[in-house]
Each structure stands twice: as structure tokens, then as C-alpha cells.
Ligand binder design. Sequence first.
Ligand SMILES: O=C1O[C@H](COP(=O)(O)O)[C@@H](O)[C@H](O)[C@H]1O
Length: 368
Amino acid sequence: MSYTLLAGGYRSSIATLAFDPAARTLTTTSDAHTPINPSWVERSASGFYAVSEDEKNGTVFSGVLGDKGVEVTSERKTHGGPCHVHVTKDGSGVVVANYVGGSVLYIPTNADGTLSATSESPVLSLPFPYDHVPKPNPTRQDSSHAHQVVEGAGGLLYVFDLGSDRVYHVARDGESGLKVVDWYQCSPGFGPRHGVVSPDGSILYVLGELGHAVTAFPVPGDKSSQPLFEPVGIIPPSVPEGYSEAMDAAEITLHPGDARTLYVSNRLELDASKMTPTLPPIEERQVGDAVAVIRLAEGGKAAEGVSFIRTNCDTIRALQVSRDGKYVAVAGQQNGLVEVYEIGGAEHDKWSLVATAEVERVTDFIWL
Ligand SMILES: O=C1O[C@H](COP(=O)(O)O)[C@@H](O)[C@H](O)[C@H]1O
């Protein structure tokens, strides 16, 4: 069986890659022009959606996979700088997170998957609790920064706001609006970036980009909910204390066949020494970033431990597991390397490299 991946990133195209596990090959089969910086791509019934990340003139677009690669079928402004698009489970539309602007909006879609060109789709600006007070991380938390939208039961949306240390609970409002109904409160400076709901819907795992850790909240829950466990750090032991400030966590995902295994990507370990000139250089040079594997206890409400897998990819923002749980694709945004590993081990914590390709500045994949 062979697989097709779409790879988006800080490029002006989306690439298609053919992965053949038997031949151990990963081949770029097309690289078709799209709106600039398709940094997040999301699978849909009709094809895919992607954001075009531009701080002033961001858009979201729909597309299909044709004979010569991806084809863009519609595009719409997001009124901010988008970084994530979510396809609603009811198939009625998409919700876009604007990192720049700190807002979200819902856009209905047509039967053929194209974006409505006429919906009102008012922009919901997220409340910013750190206005007029000292910010835990003044450089990164200058305002709200919506980073991802994940959907729970009953259409409730979780919006991870790196700027405000909150995971907003957002509901649909009228035909094409959205409203904040509650939130989970993370610790100051945690910087919630991405998250994932447990398969039984009872837990929301939250990755703190700035806190370099994973926490979890009970579902249902609200602003008074306490985390289920102490944050689990994801910085590998190869990074001596004091250097992790220069790094950023990026992606979190659960193994699709194992609710007890979380994969979490690190970025910028290779730059950590250079970016921390006040400390002596780190002696041991690594070849790429490490992915943290968090083993959860039965039921998912506690963490049992964390191990690390070393890759050859520098700056891993793209990390996606194949839908059958057999393979994982990671990309080095800075060194242009894409790697596909076979996932093994009883706890899905052993990865063996199967195939590689070179594609520049990849930040997200879809396994079709
Ligand atoms: O500062 C920014 O960061 C966000 C997120 O980028 P990431 O690499 O941390 O995912 C980006 O969307 C935005 O354009 C940029 O201004």
C-alpha cells in the first residue's frame, strides 16, 4: 500500500509526496502554486483547506487534488494573520484562527467544498486579560494570539490563545457568528498553542509553546477547572538547563490507535546555544530536533513518563501520524528535510526511519 501526503509551509505552493513503504521511497510528485505561505493544511470530504499566512492580508482557501497536483477552488480573507483552519465536524464550514489579530471566524462552505463568498462571518476578537497589566512573557504575549481550533462534543470549539494563557470555549452564534462561552485557564506564561481531545472526549490535552510542557483539563470544564496533572516537560535531556528559553514547542498529537501515547514536537534545539550567548556553548551538537513521547496512565488522567526520539529534522512544526497509525511524517522547517518513520513498540514509542525527501520550509502535512 502506498500513501499520498500534502505538504504545506512557508512556500508559495503545496507539494504532494508519494510514500511507498515497500520500496522505502518518498517522492515529490507535484508542487503546485497556491496563495502564499500555505502553512496549515486540513483534510476535508471534498479535498482540503489551507490558510495563506500573511500578517496583513491573510486568507483561507479550499482546494482539490487534480492530475497536476493541488488546485485552488476558492479563497476568502480572514481579516488577520491566520495560522490554522479547522473543518467543523458537521461539515458545514471552517473556523480560522488568526494568530495576528487574536481572532477567530467561521465561514460556511458550499456543497462542493468551496467557501461561501457571501456569508457575514463576523470576526470574534478574543478577550485579552493582560491588557494594562504586566505580561508573563512580554515578547510573545503582547496581545491575544489564537493558534489552533479543536472541536469537542456538541460542536464546542476550543481556541488555544498563546497570548492570554487561555483556551477559550467558543460556540456558534447565529448563522455565521461565534461567541466566547467560557475558557480553561493555563498558568501564566504557559502559552497554549495546540491541543488534542482524548478519543472518549473526556480530556483536553494542551501544549504550552512557551512553557515547553503538556497539561490536561477535564471535559466538560470551565474557567475554574484545575489541570488533571502537573505539566509534563518536553525539553530533551540533551538541552542543559537555561537554554530552553530559546526553543519553541510546536505540535501535539495522539497516536490514533493508542489513547495513552502523545507525541509532541520541539523546535530550535540546534539554535539554542547560539541564541543563548550569555551561557557557554552546548558541547554536544545534535543532528536534529527531538520529539517527546508522553506515556499516559490508563484512562489518560495522569502521565507515567516521557521519552524522546531524535530526528534529523531542524525545527519540527509539521508532525502528523498516518490515519492507520503505522507511520509518522516530520519535517525540518529550517533544513528542508522530510522524514517518514515506521511506528513500533508496544507503546508506540519506537520509530524507525523508512524514507526521506527534501522539501523546503514545510510546516504541516495531511495524510490523504
Ligand atoms: O510570530 C508569528 O508566529 C505565528 C506562529 O508561527 P509559529 O512558527 O510559531 O507557528 C505566525 O503565524 C505569525 O505569522 C508570526 O507573526
